[in-house]
Write a protein that binds this ligand. Structure first.
Ligand code: SAM
Length: 279
């Protein structure tokens, strides 16, 4: 992945592409008839579910509504569907969680507030991200008492967690699995490491921008999107069984052919749960 592409991915959060010639993020008009991408084939919104709202739990809504959250986080809650995301993740007080490719910690903080002081959240970033993308942003966030239960982890994705991170209840990777693919990560090693860090019955949540069905993984860098089926295949190969999915981030109006960073994060997105079997 180019440095420019990486920064644009982060700008999916900020909508501020930095220092590169790629066009500024725009909200593209949604196509009345969906275009056919010559390499990926037609988008088929008819086959995709409409966005069905999850009813956010009272606990999740209270976390999102906390008045001491950073203003920059609050600004993206709506497009991240923050309360719905936490509800879908079924994160609970006291849980041991890892948030992979945590970036500046938007998702990490929501998780940390939910698990509370009796829980822990490992927030992983690799060396490149820390130096070139996060640039101290996570450290600054973690100076606050409300996220004292977060352990920042600097590690590459093939071995993303420290030895102490065992028996986890939940691992999340939010809008970043496509970056892992684009980076050339050994995803079999990544998914194996996640599997091993989880307790039996523990869950792995992958949320990402959807590419048209059948899109090859080689398009991950260009599109910053993935074919959901490819993710299911890769994660289940590590021993997980598919769990719940939800439509709260789906948008059938998105043709899925434009790079996600060009459509202002209002993309068709999938949310997948995978479960480590009990035995
Ligand atoms: C859209 S952000 C999502 C961050 C976080 N998961 C969240 O929910 O807010 C994508 C993240 O992917 C990671 N990333 C993107 N490009 C990368 C690269 N070239 N090398 C390492 N990490 C990268 C960065 O951590 C970046 O913050």
């Amino acid at each position: 992945m180019t440095r420019c592409a990486a920064i644009l991915c982060l700008s999916g959060l900020l909508l501020v592409p930095v220092g590169c010639s790629t066009p500024t993020a725009t909200t593209e008009p949604t196509a009345a008839t969906e275009p056919t991408d010559p390499e990926t084939g037609p988008a088929t919104s008819e086959a995709r579910p409409k966005r069905e709202p999850i009813e956010p739990s009272a606990e999740a809504q209270a976390v999102v509504d906390a008045n001491d959250r950073p203003e920059s986080d609050r600004r993206i809650d709506e497009r991240r569907r923050a309360a719905e995301m936490l509800t879908f993740m079924q994160v609970r007080p006291g849980m041991k969680v890892a948030d992979l490719m945590a970036g500046g910690g938007y998702t990490t903080e929501l998780l940390a507030r939910t698990v509370g002081p009796s829980g822990v959240v490992y927030a992983q970033n690799n060396a490149f991200a820390l130096e070139n993308i996060v640039k101290g942003g996570l450290d600054k966030r973690l100076q606050r008492e409300v996220v004292a239960n977060v352990v920042a982890v600097a590690a590459e994705l093939e071995a993303p967690l420290p030895e102490a991170a065992t028996g986890l209840d939940l691992v999340t990777i939010v809008f970043s699995y496509h970056d892992a693919i684009a980076l050339g990560t050994d995803v079999a090693a990544l998914n194996k490491a996640v599997f091993e860090a989880l307790a039996p019955g523990g869950r792995f949540i992958v949320i990402d921008h959807a590419a048209p069905d059948g899109t090859p993984l080689s398009k991950a860098e260009a599109l910053h999107r993935l074919d959901e089926a490819m993710v299911v295949q890769q994660v289940t190969e590590a021993g997980f069984r598919p769990g719940r999915t939800s439509d709260f981030l789906r948008d059938p109006a998105d043709a899925r052919t434009a790079p996600s960073f060009k459509v202002g994060f209002e993309t068709d997105r999938f949310a997948l749960e995978f479960i480590k079997p009990q035995s």
